[in-house]
Design a binder for this molecule. Sequence first.
Ligand code: SAM
Ligand code: SF4
Length: 417
Amino acid sequence: MSLITDITRMWLTRTTKPFTFTNEYDSTLEYKYCDNLGLYVHIPFCKSICNFCPYCKEIYNKDKCDKYIDSLIKEIHLVGSGYTEKKKVTSLYFGGGTPALAADRIKEIIDALNEHFIIIEGIGVELHPDNVTIPTLEKLKEAGVTKLSIGIQSFQDKYQNILGRKTVDENKLYDVLSQVKFETISMDFIFALPQQTYDDLKKDIETAFSHGANHIAIYPFIDFTFTKSTVKSIDKREKRKLLDKITNYCLDQGYERSSIWTFASEKQAGYSSMTRDNFLGFGCSATTLLKDQFKINTFSTDEYCNRIDNHNLATSLTIRFTERQRMVYYLFWTAYSTQVDEKDFEKFFGKKLKKMYGLEILVAKLLGFVTEENGIYKMTLKGAFYYHYYENFYTLSYIDKMWGIMREHAFPEKIEL
Ligand SMILES: C[S@@+](CC[C@H](N)C(=O)[O-])C[C@H]1O[C@@H](n2cnc3c(N)ncnc32)[C@H](O)[C@@H]1O
Ligand code: SF4
C-alpha cells in the first residue's frame, strides 16, 4: 500500500528523499508575512471515548481541562508576542476531542488570540450532540463563535450501534438550534460503514438539512490501525458507487460542494479547517503549516503543559520543506477544496504551475480527473473519487504511522515518511 504513496511522492517531489521530521524546532514562528493564515486550537477532552476515533483525546476531567487551558493561553502569548503588530487571519477553529466541553473558557481563549490576531472570517467550534443545549450555545455565541460543527455520525440506530455511539434526538436538536442561531450549523456523518446504503445516507442528509443544518460533512470511514475499532470499511467499488450517488444527489438538490466531503445548502455557510495556505495550531497534537515548514505539537497533555509552563513551545516534530515538497503539500490540500487556481499557485511560489507540473496536469486532464477553465482546474466526479482513494492511502501510510508513534512517544527523535 505504501508503495503507491512512495512512488507518487518520489515522482512529484522529484527526489527519493522521504519526508523527514526531526525533533529540532524553532522557538519563534515566522508567520508575519504568511497570507491566508488560519488559526486552530485543539481541546483533547471527551466525556467518553469512541473506539473508531484516531484523534488525540482523553477522558474529560475539569481540573485537568482547566490546567490545560491555562497552558494553552500561555502558548498563544508565547507564539503571538513574537510580533508587536496584530496579524490578520482568516478564521479560527476549535477542534478536538470535544471543545464544547470547555464552553465556559472559550471566551478567554478567544480574548487571548484577539490580543495578537484579527480574525476576519469567523470562529468555529466542534460539538458532540450532547453539548447542543441552550446554555452551551449561548455561551459560545457570547464568546464570538459563528459556526458550529456537530458530530452526528448517523441519525440511525443501526449505525450508531456499529460505532458504539448513542441515538441522537433529532427533534431536541432542532428545537435548540432554532432558538440560538449561528451563521453555519454543520453536521458530521460517516459513510462507507458496513451495509450502509444510498437510501440510508440520503435519509441522514435530508434529516440534517430539515433539522437545523445548513452545511454537512460526509467523511469516509477510515480504519486506523492503532484504534480498537472492529468496524471494517466497505469495498472500493461499493464505496465509489455510494460516493458518486450521494454527490449527485447533493448537487441535484442545489447544495454547493465546498470541499471533497462537504456540501452547503446556503451560500454563506462554510466550515473547513483544512483549506488554508498557512495555519498556526495551538494545543497538543495541533499542527502548524508555514511557507517553509510543518510542525506538530506533542500528543501528551502533561508534556504539553510542562513545556509551555517552562516557556518553550511544545513542538514535537518539524519538517523543513524543499520547494517541491511544499508544492505537493500545497496542491494536495488546495485540491481538497475541489479546485486549484494557477494564479494563486504563482502568487504563493513565484513560479508557474504549468511549468512545475505541466505533465501531471495533462495526464490528469486526459484521465478525466480535472477540467480547466481560465487557469482554474476543477475536479470532476471521477477525480474526486480518486482523490479520496489516494487520500485513504496517504492517511494510512503517513498519518496513521505518525499518529501511531506520537501516541506512544511524546518527543520522538525522528520520523521518515
Ligand atoms: C472531533 S470529532 C467531532 C466532535 C465530537 N467529538 C463528536 O464526536 O461528536 C470529529 C469528527 O471526525 C469524524 N471521525 C472520527 N473518527 C473517524 C474515522 N475513523 N473515520 C472517519 N471519520 C472519523 C467524525 O465524523 C467526527 O464527528
Ligand atoms: S469521535 Fe468525538 S467524542 Fe468520540 S472520541 Fe473522537 S473526538 Fe471524542
